[in-house]
Design a protein around this ligand. Structure first.
Ligand code: GTP
Ligand code: MG
Ligand code: ZN
Length: 314
């Protein structure tokens, strides 16, 4: 049921940006972004969440004497989320209703982090969203190092793109991977998410870090998540990079299912509930010993498992 004051087709919209009390929305077929309020009752339903509305949400609007407002968030197809920063244990939804997570990592500054990459991959898998890995700033690294890292992730059967937002290398392939889909760009601050998006489509004009600004200043260039429609079809969501990434909601015993190689080898362990930590006759640990599982993947799994277990005990 739509609001009596708005015709049904005008009553739904896509959220392109979320502020503390206000959202920006786009209606189907319209190109002008509009600011609307959020109804107070939205908070009643989502107490585990930092905000009841997220970028990518489809919402129902209603109009009353205070103006246009979001009355309801329509059911989500999926939600890419992390644990909020600091002491906050609530869920922070980064984007919803997406076709893929474009996980951006880079060489140079900040240095490539397998632990962060693996955390984000496991989280996307937990949310049942496919991932494309983009290794950016290839102009800053030696071919051998690039091949080694790309190889680790290609083995997991995911699409790996090598790019340089500086030279434009690989940006055409990236554009092809985006057309017709809704993609959320995610990765550490400074890896080049906004720079890549500006390469994908000129008109986006997203602000990126000036060359003279220090990466060590700890400031994020992108300060809020924002959805942009692509002229070629589809949409991209640029997000502020994190300095660390903590998954939200993965039960510790399920983590092994979100590491593809562990999921495949795990059924060979003696115990069906094996966590591949120190159990006897563990097929995963044996495979790692033989060098069949990349050491950095095994390390990140153990670190993340311990962290998820500690989180539950708290
Ligand atoms: N050498 C080189 N520098 C790059 C490349 N891509 C981006 N940069 C530089 O890296 C810095 C950070 O780029 P941004 O696009 O702002 O990074 P971001 O991931 O959007 O960062 P946040 O918005 O803070 O999350 C800028 O100074 C860019 O010019 C690249 O491929 N090669
Ligand atoms: Mg940015
Ligand atoms: Zn095992």
């Amino acid at each position: 049921m739509g609001s009596p004051l708005l015709p049904a087709e005008a009553a739904t919209a896509t959220v392109v940006r979320v502020d503390a009390r206000q959202c920006e929305i786009l209606r189907a077929g319209e190109s002008e972004v509009r600011a609307v309020q959020m109804r107070g009752r939205l908070w009643e339903k989502s107490s585990d969440d930092k905000s009841p509305v997220a970028v990518g949400d489809q919402v129902r609007l209603e109009l009353d004497e205070d103006g246009e407002a979001i009355a309801e968030v329509l059911p989500r197809r999926n939600a890419f989320a992390r644990r909020a920063a600091g002491e906050d244990v609530r869920r922070q939804v980064l984007a919803t209703n997406v076709d893929q997570v474009v996980l951006v990592a880079c060489f140079g500054t900040p240095p490539f982090s397998s632990i962060t990459t693996d955390r984000i991959l496991a989280t996307a898998s937990f949310a049942d969203i496919p991932t494309t890995l983009v290794l950016n700033k290839i102009d800053r690294s030696k071919p051998r190092k690039i091949e080694e890292i790309a190889g680790t992730y290609q083995k997991l059967d995911m699409q790996v793109l090598l790019t340089s937002a500086e030279t434009g290398d690989g940006c055409e392939a990236l554009t092809e991977a985006l057309v017709g889909k809704v993609s959320v760009f995610y990765g550490l601050s400074g890896v080049g998410k906004s720079s890549l998006l500006n390469r994908v489509e000129d008109g986006l004009g997203i602000r990126t870090r000036e060359v003279s600004e220090s990466l060590k200043s700890g400031r994020h260039t992108t300060t809020y998540a924002r959805l942009y429609r692509l002229a070629a079809g589809g949409a991209v969501i640029d997000t502020p990079g994190a300095r660390t990434f903590r998954p939200w909601g993965i039960p510790p015993h399920e983590l092994r299912l979100h590491y593809k190689e562990l999921r495949e080898i795990g059924p060979g362990c003696r115990f069906p509930a094996c966590l591949h930590r120190d159990e006897p006759d563990c097929a995963v640990l044996a495979a790692a010993e033989r060098g069949e599982i990349t050491a950095s993947r095994m390390r990140s799994y153990h670190e993340l498992l311990a962290e998820l277990q500690a989180g539950i005990e708290n």
